[in-house]
Design a protein around this ligand. Sequence first.
Ligand SMILES: O=C(CO)[C@H](O)COP(=O)(O)O
Length: 155
Amino acid sequence: MSGLRIVLGSDEAGVDYKDAVVRDLEADPRVAEVIDIGVHRGDDDFAKPYPYVGLAAGQLIRDGQADRAILFCGTGLGVAIAANKVEGIRAATAHDSFSVERSVLSNNCQVLTMGQRVVGLELARRLAKEWIGYTFDPASSSAAKVKVLSDYEGC
Ligand SMILES: O=C(CO)[C@H](O)COP(=O)(O)O
């Protein structure tokens, strides 16, 4: 998919990886806009708890201001749990190439999360690049399964 608007976010435990992926995606021709929602070193809210980051990212996608998000915290789990609280959002934590692929092709996830305390930086950067290259096929056999979730949420 081209012309993606991608939210990048983290808590302080994921900020180094977030900043590295921001730089990567700003130079990626497939990306139209990188929306860096922080945290940022030196800012007053640098210690912002991870749920605020996941919720803010999910809301931007829900409200149509972004297409996808890549989020980081210590494990990737907290920001995924938070983003999944926003209606219509499917967020998954993935640290391997196959799961990263399936998070889009099977699950139509709009949000990928990773943990700075779990995976190496170079692998995280590579997985982020791979992930934005996948597009869900609404004609695939996975679509009816994802629809169960959207029907449950009524959106
Ligand atoms: O990984 C986190 C949440 O899943 C976060 O970066 C650290 O959370 P904590 O272990 O509660 O400090």
